[in-house]
Design a protein around this ligand. Structure first.
Ligand SMILES: [Mn+2]
Length: 321
């Protein structure tokens, strides 16, 4: 943790009259919760500031709070804070190119520098954990709803403390906010994990139909017709990727869904062995060592990606047998 950098960010926020908070496209709970939590903390600390959390609304994360609309910008003086997004191209809802003052707060491996101040901790469970550390180490204020959102982001991105970088510090922070803000964790889990039967049936379909190679690579293409026949949507289908972890015969697994509007294939990849983000970045994708993604219009890229990942499994198996 870089305390000095937190202070610098705090001072920059203090200086600016208007602040915009943005996150990555294809939102997940960590991205949206960090954005809303930091917005609410800035508002609570500096009631006279204009603070906006912007980006496409995601109905499934409505329980985190609502987003804002903004349409007139002072590119010289306004501040943009990006959360949970390592590269400009994946920022949702705002073209940051004209802004003079940009802060990045992120836990993804570094992709490109676009902020004047960049707080990157790629050994952190989540962006929400970084925001919590920042609140604790500066004069930023917190209350129960803010703490609830931070709790949800940390729990979600660490997959209930299962993933890498969950350590004693994570548990200390979680324990601290549960105590201090009297969080009802059962209630929060209910909001996060309740799901319709249609999604469970779709997961059953995926589990029954995913192809597995002899090298331990698993993949499935989820056509929209199939997803629709289960009454589910592509976003929730691709989120099911995390439900295929810890399967003996599977080292790396991949889902392909299609965004019809943008005529784009969305590939989600997870691994419990081989490092996959370097392979994903070969095809303009990115992400974490064991959780990555690629977006492409080109079917050929899908084929090559599948080949590369299968090969990575083969090499990994050979080295670890
Ligand atoms: Mn995240």
């Amino acid at each position: 943790m870089k305390k000095e950098l937190f202070k610098k960010i705090y001072n920059e926020i203090k200086k600016r009259k208007t602040v915009y908070l943005v996150r990555h496209i294809g939102p997940d709970p960590d991205a949206v919760a960090s954005q809303i939590a930091l917005r609410d903390s800035i508002k609570l600390t500096f009631p006279s500031k204009n603070v906006y959390a912007i980006g496409a609304n995601a109905a499934r994360f409505k329980y985190l709070g609502s987003l804002d609309k903004a349409n007139s910008f002072d590119f010289e003086n306004d501040l943009v804070i990006t959360l949970d997004v390592p590269d400009k191209i994946r920022i949702d809802g705002l073209d940051i190119n004209k802004f003079k003052n940009i802060i990045k707060i992120d836990h993804h491996p570094f992709v490109e520098k676009y902020g004047n101040i960049e707080y990157i901790d790629d050994k952190n469970t989540s962006t929400c954990q970084i925001v919590l550390e920042m609140i604790i180490n500066t004069k930023l204020k917190c209350n129960k709803p803010i703490a609830e959102n931070l709790f949800i982001g940390i729990v979600s991105d660490s997959n209930r403390f299962l993933f890498d970088y969950t350590n004693t510090k994570t548990f200390d922070l979680i324990s601290f906010i549960i105590k201090k803000y009297k969080l009802n964790i059962q209630e929060l889990y209910k909001k996060m994990y309740i799901k319709p039967l249609s999604e469970v049936r779709l997961l059953g379909y995926i589990q029954s139909n995913i192809k597995v190679t002899k090298n331990g690579f698993a993949y499935i293409e989820l056509e929209n017709d199939i997803i629709n026949s289960f009454n589910a949507d592509a976003a929730s289908a691709s989120n099911m990727i995390n439900d295929l972890n810890n399967i003996n015969e599977i080292l790396v697994w991949l889902f392909i869904t299609k965004d019809e509007k943008k005529d784009l294939y969305k590939v989600n990849i997870r691994s419990r062995g081989p490092i996959i983000n370097e392979i994903a970045s070969k095809y303009n994708g990115g992400g974490h060592k064991y959780a990555s993604g690629v977006r492409t219009k080109d079917r050929k890229i899908l084929d090559n990606l599948i080949k590369d990942l299968d090969e990575a499994c083969k090499i990994y198996k050979k080295n670890n047998d």
